[in-house]
Design a protein. Structure first.
Length: 452
């Protein structure tokens, strides 16, 4: 373990930060890092001193000369760090986002421990057990549903809540909360908006996987609630070759109904970055006028360069207001020298939320289960973070305010602002609430927000 100190009187700079209005406190952060995944984090402070988190060992501690508080807040972050592939890169970015939340909120009594789940249920169970043995009061993560299920067992036995990043509702509840965007909420948002704009006759092309099953159920229910009709729906096994025939059948139906005088006016495509580039040329080749047939997506459309596909320009999809993401990604890139994965905002918000609860809730006894209670986590007022308002229910599911964006050449443009997920309690900040009220994403391998 490496200990780096800075004088107690040193204040941190507040330029170029959303958090600049927050009180600046002396800093004591114990940040667990995975060997080989660490990134130096250094920032100059007034008077020529600096603060940094430097990797190279199993853990790194940033301390000051002031006495250590007796009952620190211990947060465990469980992510699939092992390996060098895309998943490990995303896990590293999420860890860095959690560290950034600690630095920006300046809580001297917070310790963040990171543990590798290896992306498996067994690995997550072992990681959770180790974190709890080291005094973790709350677990942030894991990322994938199997790992969440694995971590949930030892966490429940120890009365330690889990705030995870999977969007699989089957792993939620009984002490497990999901920070992620729920597919049902995204579908409801985009379908209800389309109906409010006069769209009534829908077709859909949906992947035949677990995510697709949830999306199809939500889609049919949302269309029926709005008084619309599902004219045709096709499913496909993920993969370009399996997509061709069902896509062609949907496109033929769109052309046929137009000829018969009862045209389709909305085409729902809950696909992500892996699939949309294959569908776009097929729509163009079929001669479908997307000014007459409105293309609709889910949050899986929230990826860079979506506007490069001409056919998708003008399409609508639900997401967080991009202003928060743009500000966050700028701060992240300035700190770490690279762009964050889209899901990094969830890690930042999860750590920020736990710090806020520790700051404004009961001080706790230092015993597991005494600080992060169900009542504190499911505050009906909710929280507001980088991606806007979020509220956790006792059933473990999250409610988020979602904007509707329109695809433009340069990216998404908000055409309908996010609704509150509950009366927001204020920004996620140290030192209390700002009271300013409230009012985007994953990059997870396997299709972004299409099930993980």
């Amino acid at each position: 373990m490496t200990v780096i100190s800075r004088p107690q009187s040193t204040a941190l700079p507040n330029s170029t930060r959303t958090a600049s209005r927050w009180p600046r406190l002396p800093l004591l952060l114990a940040v667990g890092l995975v060997s080989g995944c660490a990134q130096n984090l250094e920032q100059a402070a007034p008077g020529g001193t600096a603060r940094s988190v430097a990797g190279g060992g199993a853990s790194t501690t940033l301390a000051q000369t002031a006495p250590v508080q007796k009952r620190p807040v211990k947060i465990a972050m469980l992510l699939p760090f092992a390996g060098m592939g895309p998943t490990a890169i995303i896990a590293k970015g999420m860890k860095q986002a959690g560290e950034m939340a600690l630095f920006e909120l300046d809580r001297p009594d917070v310790q963040l421990m990171t543990k590798d789940t290896r992306g498996t249920s067994e690995g997550a169970a072992a990681a959770a057990t180790a974190a709890i043995a080291e005094g973790a009061e709350i677990i942030v993560g894991p990322l994938f549903s199997a790992a969440v299920a694995g971590a949930a067992g030892p966490a429940r036995q120890a009365n330690v809540p889990v705030v995870a990043f999977s969007n699989d509702r089957k792993v939620a509840g009984n002490g497990v909360y999901l920070m992620s965007y729920m597919p049902e909420a995204e579908v409801e948002r985009i379908v209800s908006f389309a109906i409010s704009r006069g769209k009534r006759r829908f077709v859909a092309l949906i992947p035949a996987d677990g995510y697709g099953v949830e999306v199809e159920q939500a889609f049919r229910a949302a269309v029926a609630r709005g008084g619309g009709a599902v004219i045709a729906l096709e499913t496909y096994q993920p993969g370009t070759n399996a997509l061709l025939e069902p896509a062609q059948r949907i496109l033929d139906i769109i052309k046929e109904t137009a000829t018969l005088g009862s045209p389709v006016d909305a085409f729902f495509l809950p696909a992500g970055e892996d699939t949309l580039p294959s569908i776009g040329p097929m729509i163009a080749y079929a001669g479908i006028d997307t000014r007459q047939v409105q293309l609709l997506g889910t949050g899986a459309w929230d990826f860079p360069n979506i506007g490069r596909n001409d056919v998708l320009i003008g399409g609508w999809y639900p997401s967080a207001d991009p202003a928060g993401w743009q500000d966050f990604s700028g701060r992240f890139a300035k700190t770490f020298g690279q762009a964050p994965p889209r899901i990094a905002t969830q890690a930042y918000d999860a750590v920020s939320m736990t710090i806020r609860i520790a700051s404004t809730g009961a001080a706790g006894t230092g015993q597991q289960g005494s600080r992060f209670t169900t009542q504190a986590l499911t505050n009906p007022a909710g929280f507001v973070g980088v991606d806007g308002p979020v509220r956790l229910d006792a059933n473990g599911l999250s409610h988020r305010g979602l904007a509707v964006l329109e695809v433009q050449r340069a990216g998404g443009m908000v055409i309908d602002r996010a609704e509150a997920a509950g009366a927001p309690a204020g920004r996620l900040a140290a030192g209390g609430l700002s009271g300013d009220g409230g009012v985007g994403r994953s990059g997870v391998p396997g299709g972004g927000r299409t099930g993980y």
